[in-house]
Design a binder for this molecule. Structure first.
Ligand SMILES: CC(C)(COP(=O)(O)OP(=O)(O)OC[C@H]1O[C@@H](n2cnc3c(N)ncnc32)[C@H](O)[C@@H]1OP(=O)(O)O)[C@@H](O)C(=O)NCCC(=O)NCCS
Length: 171
């Protein structure tokens, strides 16, 4: 196992001002633009953690709960929650900033998984995560279950082998 890193080491903060070219005819941000920014933001977090170019292996469910309007400022915060062997789970939170009263509203949240590759495109091991507080530890613990669910959905894990997922449903 390589040296460990803190979740804060991979913190990436990306800011966008929503312009007319980002929106649909109603003046709301198109989901695809947001997904693209989230992907880049999380990819940078994975790069900061691993020190390698990292490719998107999966994107968990993203629910578009609140419309984001032209003129809004959007802040995308991401960091690695847990690292496995060559893969990393990255949490991405999207906030809408109100410039007038300097408040932020959490509008979207998603987990993405990245795999670190060397310059030949070969998978490489990544540092483990060391948590520093309860919130980070909760995310770290939950990452095991989320990983099993994504691997089951991707057809890479037999549901019978998903021990941590079973604990939720069978206890
Ligand atoms: C992601 C990728 C590198 C995985 O390579 P692979 O040889 O199929 O992967 P493996 O089954 O050996 O798994 C490698 C790691 O990825 C993880 N992984 C693979 N598929 C995954 C999925 N669907 N969701 C989450 N993690 C996944 C595995 O759990 C494993 O993690 P670990 O090393 O930490 O244990 C490969 O499928 C790939 O290059 N995909 C395209 C990536 C890309 O181009 N993304 C941009 C899309 S446009």
């Amino acid at each position: 196992m390589k040296n460990s890193k803190f979740p804060t080491d991979s913190l990436n903060i990306h800011t966008e001002l929503i312009m007319p070219g980002h929106t649909n005819p109603l003046g709301n941000l198109m989901g695809g633009n947001l997904l693209s920014w989230m992907d880049v933001a999380c990819g940078i977090s994975a790069l900061k953690h691993s020190g390698h170019i990292s490719v998107t292996a999966s994107v968990d469910n993203v629910s578009f709960k609140l419309p984001i309007r032209v003129g809004d400022v959007v802040i995308i915060k991401s960091h690695v929650t847990r690292a496995f062997s060559t893969s990393m789970e990255v949490l991405c939170e999207v906030h809408i900033q109100n410039i007038e009263d300097n408040t932020e509203t959490l509008s979207h949240q998603a987990f993405m998984t990245f795999v670190a590759l060397n310059k030949f495109g070969v998978k490489v091991e990544v540092p483990q995560i060391e948590t520093q507080n309860e919130v980070e530890q909760k995310l770290y613990d939950g990452a095991l279950r989320r990983r099993e669910l994504r691997l089951v959905l991707a057809g890479k894990l037999d549901p019978k082998e998903a021990k941590n997922l079973k604990k939720i449903f069978l206890t």
